[in-house]
Design a protein around this ligand. Structure first.
Ligand SMILES: *Cc1c(COP(=O)(O)O)cnc(C)c1O
Length: 482
């Protein structure tokens, strides 16, 4: 029994109407609320029993329009500045649609979609100054890419035997290093790799949020003296909280001296190399042994599109490749030998994330993407300037890239924490601009991560103005209550 439509022409018309609905949505983003909480009665509709009979595409399209689309997370909206999320593009949308139509499986075999993914690998080698022997592949996100990098570094330190015997065969505990501002997924990667989150040393940072090299070096020496095996150092090209960029060149030197695998978590910032204005900040990234980054953040490709680039392609392959009769390679035919991504990561079945990324890069060009990134940094500096000029506001961290952490000054530290948390919740519920919260040195901060290409100066102004208004209103409420 085929699941294809009985009436192809009706299905086409219906699909075209749905695509129109998507364009209507994108064209009118600015006029819509950024976010609204899903109403309970709508949530309840998604607890129905498993449907056994059919429903019409048109009915489902209507449900999508009325019950799903208006209640999504808002990261496409120009006022979205929460966390660090990309906005998506029309080119990416089209690429994703075409990829779904093709339904290609990019685990391996001999077909053109793999050439498209290789094209992106080739471009990333060029972008980051990696050699031809470097390998790369798409993953869901930088969390996965960082995890794979830890496994590759583990392989480099312990050799192929670790894949069979596990880490138990090592009599020296493996120790990794990163700044205390490193993303939490690196600790989880250590855990998932069987090495233990506690074996990731979180090194102090300097006044610009960068890893302190003197403290790092002392930690490595102390660990080695105690009989441990330092094996990995992770540099951040844009820390998640404030966008700090470690001194990557110095980390590369240090990794060479101490024989460590040098991995860079560039989820947030690495694609900044596409902007001539930003590229110098990432000097040394070209010396990394591996690099994780996200096309779906600054790269504006629709979710999800993470990426891992590995300098030593053979080490990469040896970390994951295994033999299986059903995956045998042939001299010719569909199973012809070549680049099979299943040899380079844990996934066997893989979607065609490369196509939406290829559409994004080809449609706009690398220069325009770089300009978008540079512009978000200009907006961040504007916001920082506005904060600095406003006695009621306080800048909480230096602005290196596109993230501004600040807060409304008020009363005791605990009062200020509560007031700023309230401001952020109010802003999100009002649905015009949405920053998120973080904590810096034990203090609550409003965090504006300006990632979306749609964000403009008026959105920055709306944020500053609304924070001031909400903060002042809260202060006068507590004054009149006292
Ligand atoms: C977002 C982020 C990650 C995690 O990436 P995902 O794509 O969400 O898995 C890791 N590190 C940094 C610095 C990030 O900003």
């Amino acid at each position: 029994m085929s699941l294809d439509p009985d009436d192809w022409s009706a299905a086409r018309d219906q699909a075209r109407r749905m695509l129109d609905g998507v364009f209507d949505h994108l064209e009118s983003l600015r006029d819509q609320p950024l976010w609204q909480a899903p109403p309970d009665e709508l949530r309840a509709q998604y607890r129905e029993p498993l449907p056994t009979g059919p429903a019409g595409l048109s009915e489902l399209g209507d449900l999508f329009q009325t019950a799903i689309r208006p209640y999504s997370s808002g990261n496409a909206h120009p006022g979205f500045m929460g966390w660090a999320q990309g906005g998506g593009t029309v080119a990416g949308l089209v690429g994703e649609m075409l990829a779904a139509g093709l339904n290609a499986n990019l685990g391996g075999r001999d077909h053109m979609p793999l050439e498209v993914e290789q094209q992106i690998v080739h471009w990333t080698r060029q972008m980051f100054g990696f050699p031809e022997a470097a390998t790369g592949l798409f993953l869901t996100g930088a969390s996965q890419a960082n995890f794979l990098a830890v496994l590759i570094a583990r392989m480099r330190a312990l050799g192929p035997h670790v894949r069979h015997a596990g880490v138990a065969q090592s009599d020296r505990p493996l120790i990794a290093y990163a700044s205390r501002a490193v993303h939490g997924c690196v600790g989880r990667a250590m855990d998932m790799a069987g090495l233990g989150e506690g074996q990731l040393r979180l090194v102090a940072t300097d006044d610009r949020g960068r890893i302190r090299l003197d403290v790092l070096e002392a930690a490595i020496t102390a660990d080695r003296g105690a009989g441990a095996l330092p094996f990995l150092v992770v540099g951040s090209a844009g820390t998640v909280d404030i966008g700090a960029v470690d001194d990557l060149d110095a980390l590369a030197d240090l990794a060479a001296v101490h024989d460590l695998h040098f991995h860079v978590d560039g989820a947030l910032g690495a694609l900044g190399v596409l902007s001539p204005a930003l590229a110098p900040k990432f000097k040394g990234i070209e010396r990394a042994d591996s690099l994780a980054f996200d096309w779906h953040k600054w790269g504006q490709t629709p979710y999800d599109a993470g990426f891992l680039l590995v300098r030593d392609g053979e080490l990469h392959r040896r970390t994951f490749a295994s033999e299986a009769a059903y995956l045998q390679r042939a001299d010719r035919g569909l199973a012809a030998d070549g680049w099979w991504p299943c040899d380079y990561g844990p996934d066997l079945s893989r979607g065609f994330k490369a196509l939406k990324t290829w559409f994004t890069i080809k449609t706009y060009g690398a220069a325009a993407l770089g300009e978008v990134m540079a512009n978000t940094c200009v907006l961040a500096r504007e916001l920082a300037g506005r904060v600095a000029a406003e006695p009621d506001l306080e800048l909480m961290a230096p602005v290196e890239l596109n993230i501004v952490c600040f807060r409304f000054r008020a009363g005791t530290p605990a009062e200020a924490d509560a007031l700023n948390a309230g401001i952020v919740a109010d802003l999100q519920e009002a649905g015009r601009v949405a920053p998120s919260l973080t904590r810096l040195d034990g203090r609550t901060a409003i965090r504006a991560a300006i990632v979306n290409h749609r964000t403009e100066l008026r959105d920055i102004e709306a944020l500053a103005t609304s924070v001031l208004a909400l903060g002042r209103a809260a202060l006068s409420r507590s004054a009149s209550a006292a």
